[in-house]
Write a new protein. Structure first.
Length: 180
């Protein structure tokens, strides 16, 4: 779902609002305030632009065997500060290959980028549509997507497999949010 679907309007309406050409009606304002977790006054206030601090939760990421990734907005997370160094999104963890640090139901904040350093926790595509979260280890001969849970095997890819499957980095995990 996109924001337009969540609000119950056409995508064109969202685009017009973003460009300042039109404004949301009362019902749309109420729905937007629910989605972003702010008051209507805050939405309308020029002094307080909290929507810049909101990033979409784009669905679930498998901490285990890669599963088909579907970009599907299931909510929003609020950042302490507006992002200044890239595009961010959030994902909810499913599976236990990254335990004990990342548990099922946790939310990770991800900075979208197509490369990362050895040791970074990344979201990676394996093939055209399967996504996983793992620790990245770069090698001269390829790369390894390493689970933190020792009950799981590392995913080892040669340089040829990285190109042919392909295996690609979607982003680097910058924050973990756990619920108690």
């Amino acid at each position: 779902m996109r924001l337009a679907e969540l609000v119950g309007v056409h995508q064109t309406a969202i685009s017009q609002w973003e460009k300042g050409r039109t404004s949301p009606d009362r019902n749309s304002l109420l729905r937007l305030s629910e989605i972003f977790g702010v008051t209507v006054d805050e939405l309308l206030s020029e002094a307080v632009d909290k929507s810049r601090n909101m990033i979409p939760v784009l669905g679930f990421i498998r901490a285990g065997i890669p599963v088909e990734a579907v970009e599907n907005i299931i909510g929003y997370e609020k950042l302490a500060e507006p992002p200044v160094d890239g595009r961010y999104f959030a994902l909810r963890i499913v599976g236990d290959s990254m335990m004990p640090r990342f548990c099922e139901g946790d939310t990770v904040i991800v900075r979208q980028q197509n490369d990362a350093d050895t040791g970074d926790i990344v979201v990676a595509f394996v093939g055209e549509s399967d996504a996983t979260i793992k620790k990245l280890i770069k090698k001269d001969s390829g790369l390894v997507l390493m689970p933190l849970n020792t009950d799981f095997e590392p995913m080892i890819f040669s340089g040829d497999e990285v190109s042919s499957l392909p295996v690609s980095i979607v982003g680097k995990v910058t924050e973990l949010r756990a619920k108690f």
